[in-house]
Design a protein around this ligand. Structure first.
Ligand code: NAD
Length: 333
């Protein structure tokens, strides 16, 4: 029987480190006005090595937030400001956006992170949408911006992609972050490919020297995931609708990732007993229930590890989003 790779288990494993990170950042991101109002003089402490993490003991420089309040932020080793929130920009009220939003609110609440949903009417025109996005993007109390896509027909996300501050781009849509991920450098990858990497790491699956086949070449999932896998020293094959022999390409893989958006794309003929199968697909089955791209009933008895849908990669993306928000807050502090 295959090992079930559950997103909730990986998310539970991420919780403590995320809470610790939030607390560390909150201790660093002290709003001097709040500090003055409360009459307290908080002490900031920074690690000389990375200038970010809270540390104590010898070699740790100490600053008083009230002393540094008048200096420009750039001159500070740490930002002296409040930990900003995530702004979610939603146009209209698509059911899948609302479902993701509910999961996100729950996860962020459990981590003590603030979220603001900016709801825009479905009939908003391009100019007004662009202006609203600009307003959210430039708000200094917002550390991360998530735009639900695709936008309704008639609206383009091009302005938003170009305009978003790359340091607030928690779902990796700006050309700057796309380029960073493709260059194998530190940046923001979209949350779903990052969640695949987190899931594999949680279950102790090494990518070094492994053959990986990814089905799907979209900019949101397939391509960035291929780059993250390459950066982890895997040998990567990317398949798509024109791939000549999909089953053969899949059988040759140690790790198979399905991101086609079509139920039944992966059947028993695509796997071997050593296959590790990650199903990114989220589809509505004929029976009205959520399903992935993998024929789970046929494939699960044949492989070594597999993710369920629902309950696999999708259950991890909001934790990755939280991780990205904290990283964004650090970058801006
Ligand atoms: P997309 O439609 O943009 O891209 C699908 C890709 O799959 C294309 O490159 C296409 O060439 C390829 N493809 C489609 N059918 C194929 C087939 N039969 N054989 C080989 N290749 C095929 O979709 P996307 O945005 O990349 O999303 C893919 C799936 O992942 C969807 O089901 C989507 O709902 C899901 N998704 C899940 C999450 C998550 O958090 N789990 C997040 C984003 C997307």
């Amino acid at each position: 029987m295959a090992v079930l790779m559950k997103g909730a288990e990986a998310a539970a494993g991420m919780k403590e480190p995320l809470l610790a990170e939030r607390e560390a950042l909150e201790r660093l991101c002290v709003d001097p006005k709040l500090a003055r109002a409360s009459g307290k003089r908080p002490t900031l402490c920074f690690d000389r090595q990375d200038g970010l993490s809270v540390a104590s003991g010898a070699g740790c420089a100490r600053l008083r937030a009230t002393d540094t309040a008048d200096r420009p932020n750039a001159a500070l080793p740490l930002g002296v400001r409040k930990l900003g929130r995530l702004a979610v920009v939603r146009v209209g009220a698509r059911e899948d956006d609302l479902a993701y939003e509910r999961g996100l609110m729950k996860r962020f609440e459990s981590l003590g992170l603030a979220v603001q949903v900016v709801k825009l009417p479905e009939e908003i025109n391009q100019g007004d949408f662009d202006a609203e996005f600009e307003r959210v993007n430039s708000d200094p109390t917002v550390s991360g911006v998530l735009l639900f896509r695709p936008l309704p027909k008639g609206l383009s996300d091009e302005h938003a992609r170009q305009a978003i501050d790359p340091r607030k781009d928690v779902d990796g849509m700006s050309p700057v972050n796309v380029a960073q991920v493709f260059a194998g450098r530190e940046g923001f990858a979209p949350c779903t490919p990052s969640a695949v990497m987190e899931l594999l790491a949680h279950y102790g699956v090494s990518l070094e020297g492994k053959n990986v086949t990814i089905i799907g070449r979209s900019l949101v999932v397939g391509r960035p995931l291929a780059m993250l896998m390459l950066a982890a020293n895997a040998t990567v094959t990317v398949c798509h609708t024109r791939t000549a022999d999909l089953a053969a390409a899949c059988r040759g893989a140690d790790i198979l990732v399905a991101a086609a958006g079509r139920p039944g794309t992966i059947g028993a003929d695509c796997v071997t007993e050593r296959s590790i199968v990650i199903d990114v697909g989220i589809n509505m089955g004929r029976d009205g229930k959520l399903c992935g791209d993998v024929d789970f009933g046929a494939v699960e008895p044949l492989v070594s590890m597999i993710t369920p849908v629902p309950g696999g990669v999708g259950a991890l993306t909001t934790s990755v989003l939280a991780k990205h928000l904290l990283k964004a807050a650090r970058l801006q502090s």
